[in-house]
Write a protein that binds this ligand. Structure first.
Ligand SMILES: Cc1cc2nc3c(=O)[nH]c(=O)nc-3n(C[C@H](O)[C@H](O)[C@H](O)COP(=O)(O)OP(=O)(O)OC[C@H]3O[C@@H](n4cnc5c(N)ncnc54)[C@H](O)[C@@H]3O)c2cc1C
Length: 561
């Protein structure tokens, strides 16, 4: 029909894929760490087929193009405070819940459940991340529900149901629930001690004996059935649970002001809200709200570590597909030495990030972290090996979160560049992944906060430090010993210099651990390549890793005067 030109040298459509079945290395590593149960293998294969199918990719695209809409009032002027999502979002939520991503760690009766869920969650994040937000919050919320006998009986079983029920109804009338978090306020997100929302006793409140008045600046997944929140009372900042609907079927006094117009994560809504005397109940001890919520943050941070290798792999697979189909200068792109170097370097980082996620997940499983939290226990395990695993999970989580989140934006950008101009166009999923990439670094503890947290926790947790040391030394690579001893001295020094260099220290610790994991889990020449690029060449420096001796004041004065 058209006479202007013939289309040539564009990569063919990728068609159906299965990122579990197609990736022998992912399967081999998962198996080596202990994810071998047939229930899991079948689930991974089914989820891989789902996320790799063009139908799911179309749902992800629709859900992110047609963003959620806030309806504050109905046509008669009555308050609605509802967010309307595209049907594709609900279809994805349905699929994620049916695959067990919300409940797996709590309901699958194996020590390997945390490891299995890490793989499954990575696969999901290769497809869509807006739905991953309510999934991770709902999964982590089980730890909080377990602390409160009233919620334990009625809410917990529904939260752990392998189902999705988006309709608005009191919890007891629903087969399945999702839960969100509303912590951040205008004046402070990292420093939650600044919370200004007030909590007041209401003797007539029955099951919900507290009223909250105040605002929250960010509340993602605002159609959740309830929210964990923070508010100030006489004893200090306490943790509260706020149901969306009250038991009599009326709406709780929770007003949505507007939805954020976000860079990425667009299928998911993030609302600004106000509590106008919202009914709530306290969770945990008065004045200990931030400490109580840290139990939940530990799990959401772990989920982020599991998510990132899946996002990396999705980006890498797109890059590889393109360079194996596109010719330039007389050869396929993948046959140009410099392009081979780029893709190989990306592949190294994906494998290292995956190993970090798996070793962390294995520690969560061995430490029985989920089982303990489900039983409402936050006390150390009974055997030495369980306590060691818990301590490792505690300190490795923020280290891994910092490091994989810092790698991801640069990683996706590089994959995008492999597609040339196409990569920058919304027809390909790299553009959406690129907008998504910085988010995991911002929420659940931004980088500086995480790195300072690592220093604090290592100083008071010698068992955690010993766990990290064992991870590095077990590799039997003498070249890692001295650098590790040096970084360890810095991490626990407690000096002002360590605070200034916290990012550099945590990054160095993460790459040494990754190098050790590569030494154990990869052939010698591959592990050597990783060591050469990331340790010997200091190849992974991020912003903020200037030495304590750098003239910081002079640089800032020069830039901003
Ligand atoms: C898409 C999206 C969804 C979100 N959803 C939710 C949600 O559902 N519920 C919720 O409660 N929150 C949510 N948040 C908020 C998020 O958790 C906060 O934005 C985050 O914790 C950072 O807080 P802040 O924005 O107040 O930044 P600030 O706390 O002001 O931090 C700004 C910068 O200062 C750094 N910084 C802070 N303290 C120090 C220090 N002591 N030393 C050095 N540097 C420091 C931080 O690392 C950061 O880089 C969401 C955010 C986004 C972007």
């Amino acid at each position: 029909m058209w006479s202007t030109h013939e289309v040539t040298n564009q990569a063919a459509s990728r068609g159906a894929a299965n990122p579990w079945r197609d990736c022998a290395l992912l399967r081999a590593h998962a198996q080596r760490f202990g994810a071998v149960d047939p229930v899991f293998v079948q689930a991974a294969d089914a989820l891989g087929a789902y996320v790799g199918a063009s139908a799911a990719r179309a749902l992800a695209e629709s859900a992110n193009r047609s963003v959620p809409v806030l309806q504050t009032h109905d046509r008669y002027g009555q308050r609605r405070d509802e967010v309307v999502f595209h049907p594709a979002y609900h279809a994805l939520m349905q699929a994620a819940c049916a695959a067990g991503l919300k409940d797996w760690c709590w309901t699958e009766p194996r020590a390997s459940a945390a490891l299995e869920r890490a793989v499954l969650f990575g696969l999901w994040n290769g497809l869509e991340q807006g739905t991953a937000c309510p999934i991770t919050m709902s999964s982590a919320a089980v730890a909080m529900m377990a602390l409160e006998p009233g919620l334990r009986a009625h809410w917990l079983p529904r939260l752990c149901a392998r189902a999705y029920a988006p309709d608005l109804a009191p919890a007891e009338r629903k087969p399945a629930l999702t839960i969100g978090m509303a912590l951040t306020e205008k004046q402070g997100g990292s420093d939650l001690r600044a919370v200004a929302t007030r909590a007041m006793a209401d003797a007539a409140g029955g099951a919900w004996p507290v009223r909250l008045i105040g605002h929250k600046w960010f509340c993602s997944a605002p159609m959740s059935d309830g929210f964990f929140s923070l508010a100030r009372e006489e004893a200090g900042v306490s943790c509260f649970f706020v149901p969306r609907m009250l038991d009599d079927g009326t709406r709780n006094a929770l007003r949505f002001v507007r939805l954020k117009d976000k860079c990425g994560n667009r299928s998911n809504a993030s609302a600004e809200l106000e509590f106008e005397g919202a009914a709530a109940r306290r969770i945990g001890l008065p004045g200990r709200g931030i400490a109580t919520l840290l139990g939940m943050a530990h799990l959401t941070r772990f989920d982020i570590v599991s998510a990132v290798p899946g996002m990396m792999r999705a980006a890498l697979d797109h890059a590889w597909h393109h360079v194996t189909h596109r010719h330039a200068f007389g050869a396929l792109l993948c046959d140009h030495d410099l392009m081979r170097n780029v893709i190989a370097d990306l592949a190294l980082d994906w494998e290292a990030a995956l190993l970090m996620a798996l070793v962390l997940a294995e520690a969560f499983g061995r430490g029985g972290v989920y089982a303990g939290l489900a039983a409402g226990r936050q006390t150390p395990g009974e055997t030495a090996s369980v306590r060691e695993a818990q301590a490792l999970a505690r300190v490795l989580t923020p280290i891994a979160k910092y490091w994989v989140c810092k790698r991801l934006p640069a990683y996706v950008a590089e994959c995008m560049e492999c597609l040339g101009g196409n990569g920058y166009v919304e027809d390909w999923p790299l553009a959406s992944l690129y907008r998504e990439a910085p988010l995991n670094g911002i929420w659940e503890g931004s980088a500086n906060v995480i790195c300072l947290d690592v220093l604090r926790s290592l100083q008071r947790d010698p068992q955690g430090l010993a766990g990290l040391r064992a991870l590095v030394l077990q590799a039997g690579d003498a070249r890692l010993t001295e650098p590790w001893a040096e970084v360890e001295r810095g991490l626990v020094s407690g000096t002002a210099q360590a605070q200034i260099e916290a990012r550099g220290l945590v990054e160095r610790a993460a790459t040494l651990i990754a190098a050790a994991l590569m030494r154990v889990g990869a052939p010698a020449d591959i592990a050597d390549a990783y060591f050469g690029a990331r340790i010997a060449a200091h190849g992974t420096r991020a912003y903020g890793t200037l030495s304590a001796h750098a003239p910081l004041k002079a640089i800032l004065d020069r830039a901003f005067n």
